[in-house]
Design a protein around this ligand. Structure first.
Ligand SMILES: [Zn+2]
Length: 300
């Protein structure tokens, strides 16, 4: 487990928000940026008060990760933080930045950020985040996934995937595991709850990948309420060990300190609801042991 304060044992992770954002900027979310250090600190403190002990930030390269602030925020809050390298969909970047990355070597960038550090902060990333498309993978997604697989093979770091509206999971498995030999248990597929097709969920779990469920979110309100049903179905089929939970706070308005559900909701709202679906013990494992295993790394 590579945190922003150094490597830690998986057992030290404690109660973990396995997919969230303290900092995030994108032209797609103009005016809603997560860029306030003060708000991030207050949100983390609220998470800590609710019982949270660690947070995996899935914000990839070039989206305002706030890497320079993460170590101090972690120290001040007592919450362990893991940072990401990787690249999101093309719409989140300027063409100039993508051109630069195309000539500069994307896999090399990922490896550098995992093994040496991000820019000159000395903070190293602990996961590689990439993204699929709506029911498929475009050329940009394939390029970034090839680089992610290469960086995984060079370092051992896990790959976390944004599935657009929860779709395209089988395409991602075909490419990363089928074609590029990434072991399925080094793969974490995010947002599957946004497409509540339980048959697909079971296929992904049978393939051996982790499923990271997240929310709630104003944008995905239509399907958010079906998450407990998906969790129960997977747990009953014996896949409880592959389930992760996160808040995925992507806008300032979604933060608890700004009146939204934010980080604390995961523990105050979602946890008791899931306990009704699958019981306390299973939910406890989803918040602790599972992320400990999913984000553990034998660094190559
Ligand atoms: Zn996210």
């Amino acid at each position: 487990m590579r945190t922003v304060l150094g490597d830690a044992e998986p057992s030290e992770l404690g109660i973990c928000d396995a997919h969230d954002h303290l900092f995030l900027s994108s032209p797609q979310l103009a005016g809603q940026e997560l860029d306030s250090v003060k708000s991030a600190a207050r949100e983390l403190a609220a998470f800590r008060t609710a019982g949270g002990e660690s947070l995996i930030q899935w914000t990839p390269h070039g989206m305002g990760r706030g890497v320079g602030y993460l170590a101090e925020l972690s120290r001040a809050s007592g919450v362990r933080i893991v940072a990401a390298t990787g690249l999101h969909q093309a719409v989140h970047y300027t063409p100039e930045l993508l051109d630069r990355l195309r000539t500069g070597g994307l896999a090399e960038l990922f490896v550098r950020e995992l093994a040496e550090g991000i820019a000159d902060t000395g903070v190293r990333a602990g996961l590689i985040k990439v993204a699929g498309g709506f029911h498929g993978l475009d050329a940009h997604a394939r390029w970034t996934m090839r680089a992610a697989a290469e960086a995984h093979h060079a370092t051992g770091a896990p790959i976390a995937v944004h599935l657009e509206l929860g779709t395209g999971a089988l395409d991602v498995l075909d490419l990363l595991c089928g074609e590029l030999d990434v072991p399925p248990d080094r793969l974490i597929l995010g947002h599957l709850n946004r497409s509540p097709d339980l048959t697909i969920h079971h296929q992904v779990a049978e393939a051996g990948a982790y499923l990271a469920f997240d929310g709630p979110s104003r944008a995905h309100h239509a399907t958010d309420w079906r998450m407990p049903e998906a969790v129960r179905s997977l747990a009953e089929a014996g896949f409880a060990g592959q389930l992760l939970l996160g808040g995925d706070t992507t806008t300032s308005g979604a933060r608890a300190v700004n009146g939204g559900p934010g980080l604390p909701y995961l523990l105050r709202g979602l946890r008791p609801r899931l306990e009704l679906a699958v019981g306390k013990d299973v939910v406890e494992r989803m918040f602790t042991e599972n992320p400990g295993r999913a984000f553990a790394v034998e660094w190559a």
